[in-house]
Design a protein around this ligand. Structure first.
Ligand code: AMP
Ligand code: GLY
Length: 424
């Protein structure tokens, strides 16, 4: 089969590495792809937000199956457009991808079914939002309703900070139209974990696994929020009974609510959970794989990834054997350009990559690089993400950092404490 992956980051590099290993993948394509993805897939520079150009490319290249990596093309209706033309696609349609693209859409479903989540109020009027601040306890959490590349959540400690944040989002529009509406919600305390399931076009739910991301730039989870500086999988203290509980408490009622309203969701259901003293609560839903979480999840998967993604898109997840997972832990550490998530230099040289051979126990994924003759250049904020497997979390950690130590990139920065909460 001829498979097309949409996207160009570390997540899509990982998807391409594992899809290209599938015995049913005859040829792999990627839009827009990258220099490293070019090593395993035919890449073509089309804007991932241009549905018509993607559709034409699929027709010209006789693509049988499309896997959408990032959230923006999903919320832009790429699945709807390709499905209308009978092309099989992995991922949710535009309406159901609102689970991620509208926090208010997601919270309203939670409210309807008493799904545990932070208490919240929604506003489309700045003055009303500002007046409401008299009634809240601090810290509190202010969220832009729409997509904001992971930056739309601000935890504020005082009324002054809250006032400034609301003005920035609603009148200065720092997140563009994503800030037309906002949520003000209760601040929750607890450890955060991510839970992933696949949902098929008939609503069948297949639990996958757990991971823990590290969103802050600094060690000990300090400093600014990033897209994610490292992750590991599985989370050691989560038992199978808790995974079943996550499906019952969070995934099922949401999928059923959508179905009841004739909205059909399929693809990745990624629940961002916070484990509070009153039990797990839903912080957010993403409708695609996490980056860098998937770089820590896929090396553990023993089942053919393409089979799983296809079964989700064809309503056949119930016919598959449960996916097999390695007993190993996998850790992924991101190397970013120094200065990220603020300003950083572009096009600095990364040495040493060509000398590291990847094998089944470690992987080098590229998020944002380009090849210049014999050199790799760093072109973005998050640049590389390195994964390694080990029989314990500690062993996975040691192996990951051993690989990182072979990379010679003066302008690179990485956290040295990924997994710190569960490593002694
Ligand atoms: P989200 O994009 O909704 O996952 O939010 C990004 C990050 O903000 C989360 O990973 C949490 O660390 C934090 N966050 C979001 N909502 C809350 C909340 N209600 N209480 C405490 N922290 C939160
Ligand atoms: N690493 C967080 C995300 O992919 O949303």
């Amino acid at each position: 089969m001829r498979v097309l992956v949409i996207g160009n980051g570390g997540r899509e590099h990982a998807l391409c590495v594992f899809i290209s290993k599938s015995p049913i993948c005859d040829k792999l394509f990627c839009i827009p792809g990258s220099d490293v993805i070019q090593e395993m897939a035919q890449c073509y520079k089309i804007d991932p937000m241009n549905n018509d150009d993607i559709l034409n490319y699929c027709k010209e290249h006789k693509i049988n199956f499309v896997v959408v990596g990032p959230e923006l093309p999903l919320s832009n209706g790429i699945v709807d457009r390709l499905s209308e033309e009978k092309i099989t696609v992995f991922g949710p349609n535009k309406t159901s991808s609102q689970l991620e693209s509208s926090k208010i859409f997601m919270k309203n479903i939670c409210k309807k079914h008493n799904i545990p989540t932070a208490k919240y109020s929604t506003f489309d009027n700045e003055k009303e939002a500002l007046n409401f601040l008299d009634k809240v306890d601090f810290p509190t959490v202010i969220k832009a309703d729409g997509l904001a590349a992971g930056k739309g959540v601000v935890i504020v400690k005082s009324k002054n900070e809250a006032t400034e944040t609301i003005k920035n989002i609603m009148s200065k529009r720092i997140f563009g139209t994503s800030g037309k509406k906002i949520i003000i919600e209760e601040f929750l305390e607890g450890e955060e974990i991510s839970f992933f399931a696949l949902v098929d076009t008939n609503g069948f739910i297949l639990p996958l696994t757990t991971a823990q991301d590290h969103k802050k730039i600094g060690e000990g989870d300090t400093g600014l929020n990033t897209g994610g500086m490292g992750a590991y999988s599985p989370v050691p203290f989560i038992k199978q009974s808790q995974i079943n509980d996550f499906v019952t408490k969070f995934v099922k009622p949401i999928i059923n609510d959508l179905k009841y309203n004739n909205i059909f969701f399929s693809g990745v259901f990624y629940a961002g959970l916070i484990l509070t003293k009153d039990g797990p609560k839903l912080l957010e839903i993403n409708v695609r794989f996490g980056d860098p979480e998937v770089q820590a999840v896929l090396p553990r998967l023993k089942t053919d990834l393409l089979d799983l993604l296809l079964a989700s898109s064809k309503g056949k997840l119930d016919q598959l054997k449960p996916p097999g997972w390695s007993n190993n832990f996998c850790m992924n550490v991101v190397i970013a350009s120094k200065g990220y998530p603020e300003s950083y230099k572009k096009n600095t040289i990364i040495n040493g990559l060509n000398k590291i051979t990847t094998n089944k126990s470690h992987y080098i994924f590229h998020s944002s690089t380009k090849k210049n003759e014999d050199h790799w250049l760093a072109t973005g904020g998050r640049v590389l993400s390195i994964s390694a497997l080990g029989s314990t979390l500690k062993e996975a950690r040691n192996k990951t950092y051993n690989v990182i130590n072979k990379i010679d990139w003066k302008n690179g920065y990485f956290r040295k404490d990924i997994g710190w909460k569960h490593l002694t």
